[in-house]
Design a protein around this ligand. Structure first.
Ligand code: NAD
Length: 282
């Protein structure tokens, strides 16, 4: 199935950037949120991404304006009547996502695909909130979605082959790199990444070595763009903890380290709160 028009529900950090990535490929996109202020913030984020490209001479102002005009911001599901594929990017709460899936199921044509950008929740459970479970899939973009190429395309218990193929082709059309994954705790990337981040945190707890030193060595030796503590702080320690907790079913080695739990309890969530593993001056 070809996707002529896409939708994104949730105009936050991920939703706005996913909508931008869709317009970059030339497709129109409906962007929905629950509050005009959030919608305005999402549109400002999209415009800022294009403006940076104009300012650095990579595109003309007219082209950038044309791309931004492909986004239709809305507070209702009215405009979703002829949308072929929608990506849900609302906060990581299963009840909320199930409600959004039920609303989308009622608003969309019966053949349309409903995708979730969840980091770790059950896509199968979201599919069960609809009358089209075979048309439900995970599309897990990474932050910042405007830049990051990898997208996990996740088959839940019910996803049919047509839906997987359409989702993969859609991602390729965005000039991104799809990887097919079968639903499991942490999917592919977080299962590996969180296990590695946990080990780095445990290593710091056990050795008392400075985190900056561990970050620097791992960055230098592995060629990663940043070390695990910097990465955790920029992701948000609350998000890191949420994901780590979903992996606990894999065994005690996957349990979140105590220092991560303690920082989240103290509200030290990383760069966004000014303190996490490191302290940030604004
Ligand atoms: N931030 C990341 O690094 C990251 C990376 C990958 C995946 N994710 C996942 O993406 C999803 C969104 O995360 P985020 O960081 O963009 O969250 P966010 O809090 O920045 O944005 C969520 C947006 O959804 C809106 N919203 C809430 N309820 C809604 C509803 N019923 N209908 C429409 N909009 C609604 C909110 O107003 C808000 O604007 C989560 O599932 C998260 O786990 C996040």
């Amino acid at each position: 199935m070809y996707v002529f028009k896409a939708g994104v529900v949730g105009a936050g950090a991920m939703g706005a950037e996913i909508a931008q990535a869709i317009t970059w490929s030339g497709l129109p996109v409906i962007l929905k949120d629950v509050d005009q202020a959030f919608l305005d913030k999402g549109m400002a984020r999209i415009k800022a991404i294009y403006q940076r490209r104009v300012n650095s001479g990579r595109m003309s102002q007219a082209d950038a304006d044309g791309k931004v005009a492909l986004v239709t911001p809305t507070l209702s599901y009215e405009a979703f009547k002829d949308v072929d594929l929608v990506i849900e990017a609302v906060p990581e709460k299963l009840d909320l996502k199930k409600r959004v899936f039920a609303d989308l199921d009622a608003a969309l044509p019966s053949m349309s695909i409903i995708a979730s950008n969840t980091s770790a929740l059950s896509i199968t459970a979201m599919a069960e909130a609809t009358r089209r479970p075979a048309k439900v899939v995970g599309l897990h973009f990474f932050y910042p979605a405007a830049v990051m190429k990898l997208v996990e395309v996740i088959a839940c218990k019910y996803t049919d082959e047509d839906t997987m193929d359409t989702a993969v082709e859609f991602v390729e059309g965005l000039r991104k790199l799809p990887v097919r994954v079968k639903e499991c705790p942490g999917f592919l990337v977080n299962r590996i990444l969180m296990a590695a981040m946990n080990q780095a945190i445990l290593f710091a707890e056990e050795t008392n070595l400075p985190k900056a030193e561990i970050d620097a060595v791992l960055k230098e030796k592995t060629g990663l763009p940043m070390g695990p503590f910097t990465l955790s702080d920029s992701l948000g320690l609350d998000i890191a903890l949420d994901v780590a907790q979903t992996l606990e079913v894999l065994g005690p080695r996957f349990a979140p380290p105590q220092s991560l739990v303690d920082l989240v309890k103290q509200g030290k969530l990383g760069a966004k709160t000014g303190e996490g593993f490191y302290t940030y001056t604004r």
